[in-house]
Design a binder for this molecule. Structure first.
Ligand code: NAD
Length: 253
């Protein structure tokens, strides 16, 4: 399979398994991409690297807190030095600080916004010059259905993800002439480690979550990864500034 043959891709938040970054890295590896995988979890990242190498991928792993501007520059520089350019950026790393506004502290707010949107701003800002030098590229920013609907307990996460959506459109316009596409992806309820808190805190409610989805189940990480692959590859060559919803029909209700 060669849908990303010789393309160089950075994926942030790639350590968590099951996770969307990890699943995306697997699909990219299967399709011939050269991978730069980053995360704050170096144990998970080492395990991911082994899996991708076993699939035949060339992999560079780097510890990266996506909030740190200097580290972003180091990741971009290392990518160009190792692989000669940059074609794809998947801004995937994120956290979900979910609680009612009455219980939400300003520290919670700053953390949620930093990890979920400052990161995307920094990633795009630092990656764009390298992508322009490579003659174009594709940026996929991980948003959420929470950008598209109000959801109780999800207010600040929703701000960040709505910001990712509209930010992606502006980047798409600013860099269309450079051959760079930028799209946002909006997963619904996907069964990854990000669900661990609600799985632990409300096991009975968690069991029933899938019933709220028209498809009658939560999504599998690979079902999101396949959509990231489409947006990253040349198959979506006329798609930019778009939002791709991957939610089993959840927000069409
Ligand atoms: P996950 O918790 O399984 O994985 C997130 C990864 O990001 C982890 O490896 C974690 O270590 C890493 N990370 C966290 N903070 C970081 C930081 N400061 N710097 C670098 N890495 C950091 O979550 P997931 O479900 O795979 O989520 C991936 C993305 O998809 C997130 O942006 C999330 O908001 C979004 N999303 C997920 C769902 C879902 O239902 N799973 C739905 C909509 C959107």
């Amino acid at each position: 399979m060669s849908r990303l043959l010789n393309k160089v891709a950075i994926i942030t938040g790639a350590a968590s398994n099951p996770g969307l970054g990890h699943a995306t890295a697997m699909r990219f590896a299967q399709e011939g991409a050269k991978l730069v995988l980053t995360d704050i979890d170096m144990v998970g990242l080492a395990a991911a690297e082994k899996e991708m190498v076993a699939l035949g991928a060339e992999v560079l792993t780097m510890e990266q807190n996506v909030v740190d501007e200097q580290r972003w520059q180091e990741v971009i520089d290392a990518t160009v030095e190792r692989f000669g350019g940059l074609d794809i950026l998947v801004n995937n790393a994120g956290i979900a600080v979910m609680r009612p506004i009455s219980e939400y502290s300003t520290a919670d707010y700053d953390l949620q916004m930093d990890v979920n949107i400052r990161s995307v701003f920094l990633g795009c800002k630092k990656a764009l010059p390298a992508m322009i030098a490579s003659g174009g590229g594709s940026i996929v920013n991980m948003s959420s259905v929470a950008a598209l609907r109000g959801i109780p307990g999800v207010s600040v996460y929703g701000i960040a993800k709505a910001g990712v959506q509209i930010f992606s459109k502006s980047i798409a316009l600013e860099h269309a002439a450079d051959g760079i596409r930028c799209n946002s992806l909006h997963p619904g309820l996907i069964d990854t480690n990000i669900q661990n808190d609600s799985r632990r805190d409300n096991p009975d409610e968690f069991e029933k979550l899938g019933d709220t989805v028209p498809f009658g189940r939560m999504g599998y990480p690979v079902e999101v990864a396949n959509c990231v692959l489409f947006l990253a590859s040349d198959e979506s060559s006329y798609v930019t500034g778009a939002e791709l919803v991957v939610d089993g029909g959840l927000i069409s209700k």
